[in-house]
Design a protein. Structure first.
Ligand code: OAD
Length: 453
């Protein structure tokens, strides 16, 4: 029995906006000052004011309901191992049916002793009287983490995020620490999503941005999520969408070492381009990724036909240039295997991209003629091939293999960056052409002028 994927949400005040609760930065504090009502100093100075503030918040909470975003998160528990880490003190996740919730900043419907933090009481929506005492004789205080107080659950939250297969940040400005840095605990294999209608400056690690409100954003996220690798494409395209299989065959020979970081960044940008297209064309396209890295030691299938949401980024561990360049063997084995597995009863587009900084020089199984024959046959089935090379006669090498879309690049830092930029712009153009159901003319994948420069 395969384990359920671990889906972890970090939610902020934004997820409760469509329930009628203001965001923290946009009204939660209302006419009060943060330092007066949301800090330990404020409590010490004026417990009456703070008690009144949270009584009002509790009353406000009593008058609202969870919205579709809370319900989507709860509903995903049917198919995924879902944990919600929330910065919110409201109980809307619980009321929507979520079962695994960690309240980083406390809970509005609870109070606790001012002396013993673990002496906590659930009071529902009732107001507490100023001076009401806990059993230890200390005044009851809201069970909320105020500025100036430690976030005691942060370590638990970090380990939950570290175990996530998919991490989704919904409705948070990521301005309050340490919650704002939780994303840094995510594993490099995790797919990360950021749902927020506003252009929020975030920690810069790679994530797929869904610029939408929580409800519509989570709907889009859900659509992407359910494109799991277990489901064969056959079933998915039953929904009338086009399956786009992105095959990237990336040279990992020793000479690539000089542009290793650029190659890693470039590939990861390609992944971002694919994920962005998945979001943009979510109604008409399903994007899958196959990544093969090759050199004289091995032709390694890093992953095959995974939904783009699941495709992990390359890093210094997964990309290690070494040895020589058996390009034909890498292409021959990859294309033949892929063809055998492909369900041709569905509407598929296959885009093959070969990136190499050198001439074929080490293949044992496949020759140039073999590859030419395979490429011609597959082009006959509508597959699109792009050949991107450096440090050799790219034109001639591509022609030998029958590939008409070719681009030469300088195997320098700037040359490689420029190449990936142009390549990804062309890739986006191709997806748009497919989405518009307009006719794609082979040979025009890269803008002609650029290709021969
Ligand atoms: P903020 O108010 O700082 O950020 C809310 C975010 O939600 C903003 O980025 C908005 O753009 C976004 N947003 C607005 N409407 C939205 C919608 N319909 N759907 C999705 N997003 C929307 O709140 P937080 O990031 O949660 O603790 O941080 C505030 C935390 O700091 C709170 O937990 C608070 C404080 O410590 C307590 O209240 C105890």
């Amino acid at each position: 029995m395969c384990r359920k994927k671990k889906l972890v949400f970090l939610t902020g005040a934004g997820i409760s906006v469509e329930s009628g609760l203001p965001t923290f930065s946009g009204g939660f504090i209302g006419q009060y000052r943060i330092e007066d009502v949301a800090s330990i100093d404020g409590w010490r100075k004026n417990p009456e004011l703070v008690t009144r503030f949270y009584n009002e918040r509790r009353m406000q909470l009593c008058g609202v309901e969870p919205n579709a975003a809370h319900r989507i998160v709860a509903g995903l528990e049917n198919d995924f191992d879902v944990t919600v880490i929330t910065q919110n003190v409201d109980n809307l996740h619980e009321r929507a049916g979520s079962t695994k919730i960690l309240h980083l900043h406390g809970e509005l419907t609870k109070v606790r002793s001012s002396r013993h933090a673990d002496m906590v009481f659930d009071i529902g929506y009732r107001p507490i009287e100023v001076g009401e005492q806990a059993p230890d004789g200390s005044p009851l205080r809201p069970h909320v983490v105020w500025f100036g107080e430690p976030v005691t659950l942060i370590a638990a939250a970090q380990s939950i995020v570290a175990a996530a297969d998919v991490f989704v940040i919904v409705g948070s400005a990521l301005t309050v620490y340490p919650a704002a840095e939780l994303v840094k605990s995510a594993s490099t294999k995790a797919a990360i999503y950021f749902i927020n209608p506003d252009d929020v400056k975030h920690t810069g690690c790679d994530m797929t941005i869904i610029r939408e409100k929580a409800t519509t954003g989570l709907e889009k996220f859900k659509t992407i999520l359910y494109q799991t690798p277990e489901e064969t494409p056959k079933t998915i395209s039953a929904d009338g969408k086009t399956n786009i299989f992105n095959i990237v065959i990336l040279d990992q020979s020793g000479s690539m070492g000089s542009i290793k970081q650029e190659a890693i960044n470039g590939y990861n940008e390609t992944l971002q381009t694919i994920k962005a297209a998945q979001i943009e064309h979510v109604e008409t396209q399903n994007h899958f990724v196959t990544l093969v890295v090759f050199n004289g030691s091995s032709t390694k299938m890093v992953y095959d036909r995974v939904a783009c949401a699941e495709a992990a980024e390359l890093n210094n561990e997964t990309y290690r240039p070494d040895a020589n360049t058996p390009l034909y063997d890498a292409m021959g084995s990859t294309l033949t295997n892929f063809r055998q597995k492909l369900d041709t009863t569905t509407d598929n587009r296959i885009l093959v991209t070969i990136i190499t900084d050198g001439q074929e020089n080490a293949s044992k199984e496949y020759t140039g003629q073999h590859i030419r024959k395979i490429v011609d046959e597959l082009k006959g089935l509508g597959w699109v091939f792009t050949y991107i090379g450096a440090n050799h006669d790219v034109e001639a090498a591509a022609d030998r293999m029958g590939i008409v879309n070719k681009m030469k690049f300088e195997a320098t830092s700037s040359g490689t960056k420029e190449m990936f930029y142009k390549k990804n712009m062309s890739r986006k153009r191709f997806y748009d052409i497919v989405a518009q159901k307009s006719e794609y003319v082979d040979g025009k994948f890269f803008d002609e002028d650029d290709a021969n420069s």
